[in-house]
Write a protein that binds this ligand. Sequence first.
Ligand SMILES: Nc1nc2c(ncn2[C@@H]2O[C@H](COP(=O)(O)OP(=O)(O)OP(=O)(O)O)[C@@H](O)[C@H]2O)c(=O)[nH]1
Length: 878
Amino acid sequence: MAKVRISSLAKDFGMSSKELMGHLAEMKIPAKSASSTLEDAYVSIVKQKLAPILEARAAEVEAAKEAELAAERAERAAQAAAAERERLAAEARREEERRLSLAARTAEETARAVAAAREEDQRRKEEARRREEELEAKRRAVPASDSGSRFRSLLDQIAAQEEVLKEREEAQAPAPEPEAPARSRSGREGGQSRRRSNTAPAVPAPMDMPVPERQPKNKKRRGAKTEEDHYARMAREAEEYSREKVLEEARAAVEEATRESTGRRRKRKEKREREAAQAQEERKLEEAIAQGISPEEMDAVRVSEGVTVQELAEALDVSANDIIKRLFLLGTPLTMTQSMSNDLVELVADDLGRQIKIITPEEENTFTFYDDPADLVPRPPVVTVMGHVDHGKTSLLDAIRHTGVTRTEAGGITQHIGASQVSINDRVITFVDTPGHEAFTAMRARGAKVTDVVVLVVAADDGVMPQTIEAINHSKAAEVPIVVAVNKCDKPEANPDRVRQELVEYGVIPEEWGGQNMFVNVSAKQGQGIDDLLETILLQSDVLELKANPDTFASGYILEGKLDRGRGPVATLLVSRGTLHVGDAIVAGQCWGRVRAMLNPRGEQVEVAKPSDPVEILGLSAVPGAGDEFRVFEDDRDARDLADERALKARIEEQNKVKHVTLETLFDEMSQNELRDLNLVVKADVQGSIEALADALGKMDQSEVRINIIHSAVGAISETDVTLAAASNAIIVGFGVRPQGKARDLAEKEKVQIKTYSIIYKAIEDIDAARIGMLKPTEEEVTTGSAEVRDTFRVPKAGLIAGCMVTEGEISRDDQVRVVRDGVVVFTGTFGSMRRFKDDVKSVKAGYECGLGIDKFQDIKVGDILEAFKIVEVARTE
Ligand SMILES: Nc1nc2c(ncn2[C@@H]2O[C@H](COP(=O)(O)OP(=O)(O)OP(=O)(O)O)[C@@H](O)[C@H]2O)c(=O)[nH]1
């Protein structure tokens, strides 16, 4: 059979060998190290079980790849965008430069034009002044009579000259008028002003630039006006272009600013969300710590142990069909109302990629209470006495009780209720009387935390013994402080110091040696050191600052439950919180009732029990179990409902234990079309048997049902085999091997069928029979009687006849017969004749003689024993 190394399998799975080893350990598949090998059958189981993880991992890898690709794409896009931004910025820069240089050029030109205009103006003024002077000189030289007409003609000449000059001026210098663009854009102005505005320059002149004088208007100059329109249009276009540009830039700037502010807003929002998520995470963590579970479990969907397919579907909010389908694929077909094993629930949840938390009945029956610290008041410590057998636990408890009783009041111990209370220095200590760690651990296993302090009894003459160590370990696991009572100190061979030294090795270190544990030397027998021990317990409990809220409905744990003939169910409870009153409606496990009467440890009737008080109560509907949690309900209907609900759940669970396939049910399952695979785990004493079976199975018709040997090995049927079979709905077939004790128990619990055979063909027959839906009853040989051959004689036609005496039972004519000579079977066949005297008979009883002939056997000898037997069909029990 092929084998795979764990390390290479882990590699295939894309996980570390360590992780895979962890999974294997969970599946109870034996694997020593990463270099160990796994059978093929195990590999397929591992693959099946890990399928959800592997798929998830593949999906993760896929997602990571995609994320990488997306990141790459995003980066490329970002680069492209950056390049585009760079290009646009460069373009904008170029545009700006161009605009600036244009403006500069225009300004320069304007300045030049203005200077030229000024110069021209100056020159004109100069000219006019010079002409004025000339005229004045001429006027003075001309006689007064004809001076009028001559003067007029001169003036006309001058006017004509001025006209020419003006014309020249306009033609030479179309100096642009630096007028504000806003004014030029105002459409309310008249045509004149519009025309004026049309002469505005493309770019406004710098502020400090001197404004050129306005050009004189001339409506008659048509040609000049056309020229003006052309330039004006160009100027307007240039201006509009630059305006558009400015607007565009402004818009872009606004957009950018908005983007930045949205970005900031988004960032702020993201930060707020992050903080909220973090706070929620922290809250979750705190809650998880408070409940003693991992934060992941907080997210998980919670279902009760033994949940049915339908309930699981509802809890996971998926269709029941989906779950049934998955179960079918897992090889465990179940119907809607059948309950599922924890393994199956986890497998299905994994398959669906969901977190699930299975709530055990203990967890389900636990209540969580919250008390305001202001309501808490000190309460007495609850102490459990533990120690090795015969080290004096019972004696010590007796001595303590005796001390307490005599100390408080006369009357002695009248009743023992499984717990006791003693008073010392006006303070009370409660002792859980059931000594030994079984009670303690059993309670703890049920989630009951009743003990505040453990008194570890160690006999000074015996020292640390195995149960002492166990008690230490249990106390430490429960985080309960230990006070050591070194007992039997009265004995001459007592060596309390040796006890101290030995305990140091186990981390129990005396205070006087710098450790945490208080030690007291006592003698339970002589009552020595008991007060000292009680005071030490009080000291230890002071450190613990034990408190509880007495002003609320009571809750706590059942210490003991029993059925009393006269009084009915009786339970001893320890109140952890609140105050219990007679008449309270109470639920404990699956029991409920009203507290009819309450007795304190001294057997006195009491009306109330406060935190740390043990009381015996009457009135429950049934006997609760030790460690069951109890609580009082305001309304007894609620109490009854809860108890009923729990009882019903327990019953359903019992009925619905997961059903696995058996050879007998195989045909039914097949005909319902629910099963197509018959999985086998084969264990044998020799490899040859496994091979022979595999061979034979291989030859069977597998058209209707496929037979898979999911695991085979030489050796006894182990727990691991059962786990594997349970997980894969397989039948365990054993040849010449038996299940180990624990494996049998587990198989019973898991309802896994184990079939053991000593002959291979029987197994093959069974499997084949199961396959075709017929499981034949077993054939058994039953000895009917035996006869002794006393004589032989020959009879014509009939052959050799033996004269016999029937010594045992009754031999029938139809029986088969075995001829035994000197302890060896020499022939097996059937009777040919059976006669008494001359008559053929059907049977002969013990004590009678008869003549017997055996078919095809003529070698009967005197002294032979003829054993008669029948083959009967016996209905199979396995
Ligand atoms: N000399 C002496 N004998 C003691 C002392 N304490 C207990 N014994 C004896 O030790 C034996 C065992 O005492 P138990 O009190 O039954 O011890 P235990 O630890 O309760 O034993 P189990 O219940 O069987 O685990 C009895 O014979 C007691 O008489 C003591 O202080 N001194």
